[in-house]
Design a protein around this ligand. Structure first.
Ligand SMILES: C[S@@+](CC[C@H](N)C(=O)[O-])C[C@H]1O[C@@H](n2cnc3c(N)ncnc32)[C@H](O)[C@@H]1O
Length: 483
């Protein structure tokens, strides 16, 4: 080991190779992929972890605890990105946009360890500086070291007192920084939720919790007893008779029923909206069901199983051919008749007025599933709403047209944003009133179709919430075609 500094040849600190910490390096790689390639953390991380777990820990592989730490570092850093950016901005003497993205990723990872975990301060700083030496080089590691030392001046609450305005001065900005959501998302969620500070705070906090894994035992193919029999941490769902919650996380892929497609991973909110459509009262025939936006097929698989019990056939449509293939895979082994077609729901290939039950689970901003995708809240823009608006209206209009007179339509979004929920339903109903030759429809009270579920508001539509129901913020409006 040299005792000379490498630059000037003057005696200095001996050069030491940086310590390679596989957990932090993997977390950094995941953050880079999310940042650079717009990747999703929940898709990028599992293969990285799998590869690292296959390696011997002596050769830089990860054991289960390391993998859990890497997951927490990636998810936590991404989830609180906006808040950490605001704090880092206070500790850097230039605008954040002038800091190289890989440097900012290392700083955010360090900020999360310092402010959002129980990792001791000295360990958080030294591990992050070592990471910076490995992935950025010694020069930039010094900068990282200096910024992190400034961050250690306070804990998270102390920093938030400094960077966030008081609640009374600017409630939305205050909540946005304290609960790590973009301001426009706070505003939209609050509009949809109503209520005061307590309600919105509970919702924002629930968005920052990692959701439990929930399974569905597809009726007629698996039973909840089969799934709860797999371990003490598998307990019945709260609302859906087909749901099982894995309270400790667990590995669904290890279960026979999941591997065989008889059960699947599915949020209880998704189960509830499919069940509500299946249970909606209907006069006359009940033999043809349509799922108009079926990919990747979670709701189609549940609807298919329910339809089979009633002797009904399911047609599942999906615009993207590769997603249509996923739907076909999800429906494989379904006990009743089903078919999948790759088709644009706004240019139907089916006969209008021919279905008894129609599900239209439209593409949306996904603001109701922020718990699952830690980076999604920072990536979405208010402009995205305008992009989805005509498609959502077009699909709902065609869903009504696909239903027979007396048939029911479930309009579903995984977003509580009013522009994607009530505004779409109201606009389509108003538009249909102006079409003398077009199909007519009316809203049906959906609440009785979610028996036992509290807090469903004034109806007739239903909005589920993570903090109230433990589900994604799924929206459901039920319509009946009247003519
Ligand atoms: C919210 S996802 C549906 C989720 C699905 N129901 C499930 O439970 O697995 C919306 C789907 O609609 C598809 N889609 C988008 N535009 C469409 C269109 N014009 N016609 C049919 N499907 C469309 C998307 O590709 C996406 O797979």
């Amino acid at each position: 080991m040299s005792t000379q500094s490498r630059r000037g040849g003057r005696p200095g600190k001996p050069y030491r190779r940086p310590r390679k910490d596989p957990v932090r390096i993997l977390a950094f790689e995941a953050l880079r992929a999310v940042d650079e390639r717009d990747a999703y953390a929940n898709l990028v991380l599992p293969p990285l972890l799998r590869k690292a777990r296959e390696k011997d820990p002596a050769q830089g592989g990860l054991d289960a605890r390391d993998a859990a730490l890497a997951t927490e570092l990636v998810y936590g850093t991404l989830r609180r990105q906006g808040t950490y950016d605001a704090i880092i901005a206070e500790c850097v003497d230039r605008p954040l946009r002038e800091v190289d993205p890989p440097v900012l990723d290392v700083l955010s990872l360090g900020a999360h360890q310092l402010l959002g975990t129980r990792i001791p301060q000295h360990a958080a700083v030294s591990a992050t500086v070592e990471l910076a030496r490995v992935v950025l080089g010694d020069g930039r590691a010094k900068f990282v070291n200096a910024v992190l030392r400034r961050i250690t001046a306070d804990d998270l609450d102390g920093w938030l007192e400094r960077v966030a305005p008081p609640y009374d001065e600017d409630p939305e900005e205050h909540l946005a920084l304290w609960h790590a959501h973009p301001r426009w998302v706070v505003s939209a969620l609050w509009d949809a939720l109503g209520g005061g500070r307590e309600e919105i705070t509970a919702l924002l906090a629930a968005d920052n919790e990692r959701p439990e894994v929930t399974l569905v035992a597809r009726p007629g193919r698996a039973t909840t007893e089969e799934l709860t029999g797999t371990g003490a941490d598998a307990v019945p769902g709260r609302w859906s008779p087909y749901a099982v919650r894995m309270t400790e996380g667990g590995e669904p892929g290890a279960l026979d029923a999941v591997r065989e497609g008889r059960a699947g991973v599915q949020d209880e909110g998704s189960q509830l909206v499919a069940l509500a459509l299946a249970d909606a009262p209907l006069e006359g025939a009940d033999s043809r069901w349509l799922d108009m936006c079926a990919g990747p097929g979670g709701k189609a698989a549940l609807l298919g199983a329910l339809a089979a019990r009633r002797g009904a056939a399911l047609l599942a449509a999906e615009k993207q051919p590769h997603r249509a293939r996923l739907v076909a895979r999800a429906l494989e082994g379904n006990p009743g008749p089903w078919s999948v077609v790759s088709a644009d729901g706004t240019r139907p290939v089916w006969r209008p007025g021919s279905f008894d039950r129609v599900l239209v689970d439209v593409p949306c901003t996904g603001l109701g599933a922020l718990r699952r995708r830690p980076e999604a809240r920072w990536r979405r823009r208010p402009e995205d709403l305008a992009g989805f608006a005509p498609l959502q209206r077009g699909l709902l209009r065609e869903a009504v047209a696909a239903a027979r007179a007396g048939g029911v339509v479930a309009y579903v979004t995984c977003s509580p944003h009013l522009a994607e929920t009530r505004a779409v339903v109201d606009d389509v109903l108003r538009g249909l009133e102006r079409e003398p030759q077009g199909p007519a429809a009316e809203l049906v009270d959906a609440r009785p179709l979610l028996p036992g579920v509290p807090g469903l508001g004034d109806g007739p539509d239903v909005q589920l919430w993570p903090h109230l129901h433990g589900t994604d913020a799924m929206y459901l409006a039920l319509l009946r075609r009247t003519a």
